[in-house]
Design a binder for this molecule. Sequence first.
Ligand SMILES: [Zn+2]
Length: 453
Amino acid sequence: MTVRDDLDRFIASERDRFTAELRELCAIPCEASDKGALDGAARWCRERLRAAGFADARELRADSAPALVVAETGAGKRTLIGVQHYDVQPAVPLELWKSPPYDPAIRDGAMYARGVDDNKGHLLLRIQAVEAHRAVYGELPIRVRFLIEGEEESGSPNLARLLALEPELTRGEGALKEGGAIDSQGRPLLSLGGKGILYCSFHVRTMSRDAHSGGATHYPNAAMRLAHAFASLMDPRGRVLIEGFYDDVRQPTAAEAEMLERMPFDAQATKDVVGIKRFAFGRGDDDAKRASVFEPTCNVCGLESGYNGPGSKTVIPCEAAGKIDFRLVPDQDPDQIAELLRAHLDRSGFDDVEFSAEEGEHPYRGPADAPLVRAVAAVAEEAFGKPVVLIPSSGGTSPMWVVCNARRMANVTLGMGHPGAGAHAPNEHILMENYWRAMRATARLYTGFASQE
Ligand SMILES: [Zn+2]
């Protein structure tokens, strides 16, 4: 990286220390199953924030849930909320990693570790950027508040409850979402929203035990029963048939439609990556692009029933199970969709098909016409040297509704992930060059957001 000014000089001078800190944080194996590691990571974040001048950094807790680390520093009219998380996805299967997931390794300018992209690298660079800002420009002209949770990868089940303990924690003028990335051409991707989710497990039992398939003329087959129930949820064009499902879907604004227009979408590459010639549901390329941003989904994640071993077994299965995730768009409400789903099954004669909603998160799409979005676009373009791409909503889910919805607050990503980063997959890594660029952008944002019209 060419050194342009004092900010670059400071970041360059602190590189070794900042890199060592990132290794230290990534060495903590904070998967959902490891309570001790989650506690360790919360403590690590709290101490790191204190060292960066967040004197009040503390851990908020409810029952035995992992702590929400909260901290605030700076002074000014605006408050920027950094919504981040320290928990990570499981690293298995371990044999696919070239170096151990919790022994961070640097190869060819990249750091490899579970969580280094999602989301430890992002959360740490936002803290280190506060330090850089203070060293180079002096005191922050805005308040920066961090909300760093430890259950994001499990659907943030306690975040709303924890924030309800101190409602002023969500008071602010904009939020920096977790993560963030650049595309294959080096353009920073600014995501202004995310889809919600309703995750359901289904079960149906048709008889007290399996039966000889000679009785298939009169014994009810559980696999067929569940297949029919699932088929009733969606037509072959991909339209969800649950009554009321689309009622709360918000139409894109003119600005969002324009954003979609300008959003690059490589249809061929999107097909090639999974070896298909055509998109599902007969969607053309433009329609696939539009749907990826604005359409909710109904997706069967798994199905299980009867005999699937070698050879044959002529049996009528008495039980079947399956899982479906619905990715939701604003302003669909996961609890309400679950009610509509139950009503649909009952009305369609599938009252014997049981389901339980295992995870529910609201979608959130913030305003594009907001000072924060303009400020992030300016600093990202400057730091990465490429125009930004605005994305009204990305396909994934993060808990921004809980933080932003009451005030319709703008939220945006400003990050350094790259297309091959492998978040949630083996050999997750970041390019250190991008890490320093994102840190520069973030330090400049802390000043830029204060005066942005
Ligand atoms: Zn994440």
